[in-house]
Each structure stands twice: as structure tokens, then as C-alpha cells.
Design a protein around this ligand. Structure first.
Ligand code: HEM
Length: 466
């Protein structure tokens, strides 16, 4: 049987990126300025070979090929060092598992993210946004990156387990998860075997936090199973899910792995988007003015609720544009599982392939002035001229983000509420040190808060939930 692929009837050029150094390959360029490096590759071909250390990697630069890689999940599968390291620490959840296991896991986790369920999670987000803004005072300078990260972690944890019985456990997860997350990023770059040779305080802290996190998750799962109550949260939905073929629910180990996956997927991505949005607003007074006009009209200084989202149209366009300019998931990798073709070129099993969402989003043939922040690109009449596969902030195909609605709800509510009350300006004129690691984040972002006349900045945030 022959299978047709989207790129089959076009010719695509295969190239090699210049400037590889012996042994290091393009690693120095990739580490020095990864965003510039990934966007420059398209000039050398549609599929471009780069060398990361001794490992050759093919980058699918042409948009149709990049999307083909994301969509043919069976041949372009998740695998290799990056995913193995993640699995070693977080378990084998829906985000990291290989294609053979994916269908079952996705079918079991997806119901927890149905549109109808997001409204309940939005109540948690509402209260977390309220606590965030209640703590700020005019003239205060706050590093918004860690502040948004703490809020996103709290919101995700409380959407996972909303039961009051678990308050201490939830606090322990909020304490341990950031330690595990930071440690995991280090372990992606430095082999664990090497780290183990040096018994540092950081190592012991990581081990203790991971052990505690695993224990707390096991305890929560046991408590939920024993109580057998639907708490209208994500864990309750996961416990209720059944395999469509066998009727079997998720095992405790599978539940653990999915909870870890959702903690990873749902925290830094969301907080980075919020931080990027405020970075953009500070540099684009006209965009800020229009955002203020909208949130003043819709919210009048209130904390946004789930029901407000449909009316926050400009806010939504700004979030879409922020995710275009700074997609937190800026690259992804796949491993070819069987000899195949891409764009008419042979790829042997075992080939590593990379796709850059960031490069796709900065293609000037699709997005004129690609580095300009222009939320009105997403006005319906203009957006209809943008190819569907040119905005891939949440990925594409069967492995597209499961938490897109969850994320957009949280980001929109937080952005609109904060902008309704505060104007944020960078506390210094030092240029940003963009940090594309696992996710694209702005790094440290100290900003000074000024209360807005329309917002009731000093008022306690007790204006009722959604
Ligand atoms: C702005 C926020 C977010 C962005 C930009 C984002 C982006 C992405 C991207 C690009 C992928 C595909 C990765 C790949 O193809 O290799 C993905 C997958 C995933 N995301 Fe998100 N994500 C966000 C928020 C969330 C949230 C809030 C959750 C859950 C609470 C979540 C859970 C997941 C999961 C479980 C997957 C794996 C899906 C699968 O393989 O079937 N994400 N995300």
C-alpha cells in the first residue's frame, strides 16, 4: 500500500547549515543565539542539516514540511535524549510517550480538558489572579517572571486537586515542583551520571523534592480513590476516565505520570506568555491604550471571570500575537522510526528531526514585518488570509497541546485583570536576556507598577468568583 504525504508533489531543497566547528558542530551558535540561529536556517534550504555536537539533526524549515513532521506522529515519533531524560524523572505521560502508547493515554486524559470543564477550573484561576493583584502596591517593583510562575503553578495545582482535604499536600507540591523543574532542566544539559559524582546541596535538594513530590501525589491519588467523590477537578476526571477498548481506568502509576506531565505543561508556558505580553505592552503604548479601553469597558476594574472572556476580543488578539512573537514551545524534536521520505528526500530510521515554531511564526512571506507586534493581524478579515498551519503555538496534529483552552483562559483572565488595574514598565533599561531553554521565557523581568485610574488598585480583591 502506498501512503501519500502532504509534501509529495512539490520539490523541496535539502541543504546544510554553514559554519559547523569540529566536534562542536553548530552547538556554539545554537547556544549563543538560538532564535537567530533557527530563523536563519531557512536561507539554506527547506530541510537543513545542522550538527549539535556530534549529532546530526535535520531541521524541517519549509512550513508544509514542519507541519508534516508534527502530523505524521507514527514515523516522526517522540524519542531520543530529551524525552528519555524527561521520562526518567517525570514518568511516561501523554506528552512524552511514544506513538504506540499515545492514543490510549490521550483518550484517557482528554476528557479532563473538555470545554465544559474549563469553566470550573476558571474559578480557581479567578481566585489565584485575585490573590496576585491584591498583593501589589503602586510604585512597587516586582520581577514578574517568578510572580507569574508562582501564580500559574498554584492555579494548575488547584485545578488538578481542588479538594480542601488536600491543602497541605497542595502546598507541598507548590514547594517541590519548582525545585524538580529547575533540576530537570539542568539534567537535560548535564548527564545525571555526572551530576551524581558530585554530591552537591542542589543534588540532594532535587532528590528530596522529587521523592516528596512522588509521595504526595501517591497519597493524593489514594485519598481520592478512597473518597470516591467527584471534586470537579482534573484528578477526578482522570479517575473517571476509562479505556475505550478495555473499559479499564488509569492505574496509580499512570495517574502519577499524567499529573506530572500536566504540571510541566501547564506552568512555565502560561507564565512566560503573560510575562511576554507585559513586555510587549510596555514597548507599544498604542496597543496598551486599546487594551486598557477594552478591559475598562468590559471589567471596569473587576477581576475577569470565565464569562468575560468572550467579550475580551482585543485581549484575545493580543494573546494570539504574543504567542506568535514568543511561542513558549519554540522548538520540538522527533525521531524517525522507520525509513521514510520528507519533501522528496530519504530519511533513514534513527534520524533526529527538529521543527521550530518560532521560525514558522517569523516567516515574512506570511507575516509582513514579522517582528512587529500587531494584534490586528488577527482581526477576522486579515486572519482569514493567514494559512492555518502558520500559527502553531500549540503544535499541530494529534499531539497538539491538550491544555490550549485551559492556558488561553488563564492568560486572558490574568492579562485583562492586571491591565485593568496596573500599568507595568520595565524597572531598568537593560535589554532583555531572552532565555530559550526548554521553553522560551523572558528570564528575569523586573517591572514597576503604576495604578490605573480606572482600576481600583488598592481595593481588596473580593469581587466574587465566576
Ligand atoms: C501558553 C501555554 C501553552 C503553550 C504555548 C503550549 C504549547 C504546547 C505545544 C507546542 C505542544 C506540542 C509539543 C510537541 O509537539 O512536541 C504541547 C503539548 C502538550 N501540552 Fe501544552 N502548551 C501550553 C499550555 C498547556 C497547559 C496549560 C497544559 C495542561 C494543563 C498543557 C498540556 C500539554 C500536554 C499534555 C501536551 C502533550 C499533548 C500530546 O502529546 O498529546 N499545555 N503544548
Amino acid at each position: 500500500m502506498t501512503t501519500t504525504h502532504p509534501s509529495e508533489n512539490q520539490s523541496y531543497v535539502r541543504g546544510v547549515a554553514p559554519g559547523a566547528l569540529p566536534l562542536l558542530g553548530h552547538a556554539p551558535q545554537f547556544l549563543r543565539d538560538p532564535l537567530d540561529f533557527v530563523t536563519s536556517l531557512g536561507a539554506h534550504g527547506d530541510i537543513v542539516e545542522i550538527q549539535l555536537g556530534l549529532q546530526p539533526v535535520l531541521v524541517a524549515c519549509a512550513r508544509p514540511l514542519a507541519n508534516e513532521v508534527m502530523q505524521r506522529c507514527d514515523v516522526f515519533d517522540k524519542g531520543g535524549h530529551f524525552y528519555d531524560t524527561m521520562k526518567g524523572m517525570l514518568g511516561d505521560g501523554v506528552g512524552t510517550c511514544s506513538w504506540s502508547a499515545h492514543r490510549r493515554k490521550r483518550q484517557l486524559v482528554q476528557p479532563a480538558f473538555q470545554r465544559a470543564k474549563i469553566g470550573a477550573y476558571a474559578r480557581v484561576m479567578h481566585s489565584e489572579v485575585a490573590s496576585l493583584v491584591a498583593g501589589w502596591r503602586t510604585g512597587q517593583t516586582v520581577d514578574v517572571s517568578p510572580a507569574f510562575y508562582r501564580m500559574a503553578t498554584r492555579a494548575t495545582v488547584r485545578a488538578l486537586f481542588s479538594s480542601d482535604l488536600e491543602a497541605t499536600a497542595v502546598a507541598e507540591i507548590q514547594r517541590c515542583f519548582p525545585i524538580v523543574w529547575r533540576g530537570m532542566l539542568t539534567r537535560m544539559l548535564v548527564p545525571a551520571s555526572l551530576l551524581r559524582l558530585v554530591a552537591t546541596r542542589g543534588n540532594r535538594g532535587f532528590d528530596a523534592a522529587l521523592a516528596s513530590l512522588n509521595q504526595v501525589l501517591a497519597d493524593i491519588i489514594r485519598a481520592y480513590r478512597t473518597a470516591g467523590v467527584d471534586h470537579a477537578d482534573i484528578l477526578s476526571a482522570l479517575l473517571a476516565a476509562e479505556d475505550e477498548a478495555t473499559g479499564l481506568p488509569l492505574t496509580d502509576a499512570e495517574l502519577h505520570d499524567e499529573l506530572m506531565t500536566l504540571l510541566v505543561g501547564g506552568t512555565e508556558t502560561t507564565s512566560a506568555t503573560l510575562a511576554w505580553a507585559f513586555h510587549l505592552l510596555a514597548g507599544h503604548p498604542e496597543v496598551e491604550r486599546r487594551l486598557h479601553a477594552e478591559v475598562d469597558e468590559v471589567l471596569g476594574g473587576r477581576i475577569a471571570t470565565f464569562e468575560d472572556i468572550a467579550r475580551l476580543e482585543y485581549t484575545h488578539r493580543l494573546v494570539t500575537e504574543t504567542l506568535r512573537l514568543y511561542p513558549p514551545g519554540w522548538v520540538t524534536t522527533r525521531l524517525v522510526t522507520a525509513d521514510t521520505e520528507l519533501g522528496g528526500h530519504h530519511l533513514a530510521a534513527g534520524t533526529a528531526v527538529m521543527v521550530s515554531h518560532y521560525a514558522i511564526h517569523h516567516d515574512p512571506s506570511v507575516f509582513p514585518e514579522p517582528y512587529r507586534c500587531d494584534p490586528d493581524r488577527w482581526l477576522p478579515e486579515r486572519a482569514s488570509t493567514i494559512p492555518k498551519d502558520a500559527w502553531v503555538a500549540f503544535g499541530s496534529g494529534r499531539r497538539r497541546c491538550l491544555g490550549d483552552m485551559f492556558a488561553l483562559t488563564e492568560i486572558t483572565m490574568a492579562l485583562a485583570t492586571i491591565a485593568g488595574r496596573w500599568s507595568l514598565r520595565p524597572a531598568s533599561d537593560r535589554p532583555l536576556k531572552i532565555q530559550p531553554r526548554m521553553f522560551l521565557t523572558p528570564g528575569s523581568l523586573p517591572m514597576t507598577f503604576t495604578a490605573r485610574p480606572a482600576g481600583d488598585a488598592q481595593a481588596p480583591a473580593a469581587d466574587g468568583g465566576s
